[in-house]
Design a protein around this ligand. Structure first.
Ligand code: HEC
Ligand code: HEC
Length: 219
């Protein structure tokens, strides 16, 4: 009885040891290029690009240089459904925790764009620049750079880069918050801001941030 139980349990224990052993850690580069162990987790390259720069016009965001913690959080949010997207949800659900950690650290190591690091001390003319660098405090909207950092380059694992993304992707995210399909931000920080913006403002501020970055290798 006991030995039968052990025999049955052995492959499970072996699999657990293999998954935990350092020599068998998931290979982030391989997952990015070829996909995860579950075939539903298809290769990231086809949409996010070989160098992680995304395909802006199609709404595929850049991942290169984005903090690993932020990338891992977004994948967890797609899994839980607090961020709804029909393309990314099944892919995120098919990745294991170890694969998420490995692919997140791989993309964060890819070189990001060169960003013009404007701050609130800089001049702001036009609707996009004004929102980005001054905010609209009469509507409780802080300037975007207060959280997203100079030039919208991103700060740590909590505040993602805006510069380097396409205007289409940035606007799609602001609209997702306006429409309630993205609810993964702490304390409704972004939901509150996005709902306070007009359609024209969403477009202007998205174009403004997209214009602050230049990728070293042409997209
Ligand atoms: C078939 C196309 C496709 C494939 C393949 C794909 N993605 Fe995505 N990914 C998208 C789209 C589209 C979005 C934007 C979703 C949205 O609008 O919320 C996205 C968004 C993301 C985001 C959120 C980025 C941000 O700035 O918030 C992460 C992280 C991500 N993908 C990681 C991956 C990883 C890792 C893989 C490979 C295992 C992968 N994706 C494969 C299309 C794809
Ligand atoms: C009070 C802090 C704060 C301010 C001010 C702020 N944001 Fe954010 N923003 C966040 C946080 C936090 C997230 C990440 C939410 C999450 O965890 O998914 C975020 C995410 C985003 C994203 C999604 C990026 C991606 O790749 O997933 C966009 C787009 C965005 N913000 C645009 C803006 C714009 C435009 C402004 C100015 C009008 C702005 N934000 C001001 C805190 C802020």
């Amino acid at each position: 009885m006991l030995s039968a139980t052990l025999r049955c349990a052995r492959p499970v224990i072996l699999a657990a040891l293999l998954a935990a052993g350092p020599g068998f850690a998931a290979d982030g580069g391989k997952i990015y290029r070829e996909g995860g162990a579950n075939p539903v987790a298809v290769a990231c390259t086809s949409c996010h690009g070989a160098d992680g720069q995304g395909l802006g016009a199609a709404g595929f965001p850049a991942l290169a240089g984005v903090s690993a913690a932020y990338v891992a959080k977004q994948l967890a949010d797609f899994r839980s459904g607090s961020r709804i997207n029909p393309v990314m949800q099944p892919i995120a659900q098919a990745l294991s925790e170890g694969e998420i950690a490995a692919v997140a650290s791989r993309v964060s190591a890819m070189p990001g764009p060169v960003i013009k690091r404007v701050t609130r001390a800089d001049e702001a003319s036009g609707m996009g620049a004004t929102l980005a660098l001054r905010g609209a405090w009469e509507r409780n909207i802080p300037e975007c750079v207060a959280c997203h950092g100079p030039g919208g380059a991103g700060v740590g694992g909590g505040f993602p880069p805006l510069a380097g993304q396409s205007p289409e992707y940035l606007a799609a995210q602001l609209n997702a918050w306006r429409q309630g399909t993205r609810k993964n931000d702490p304390n409704d920080l972004m939901g509150h801001i996005a709902r306070g913006l007009s359609e024209e403002e969403v477009k202007a501020v998205s174009e403004y941030f997209a214009g602050l970055a230049e990728w070293r290798v042409p997209q």
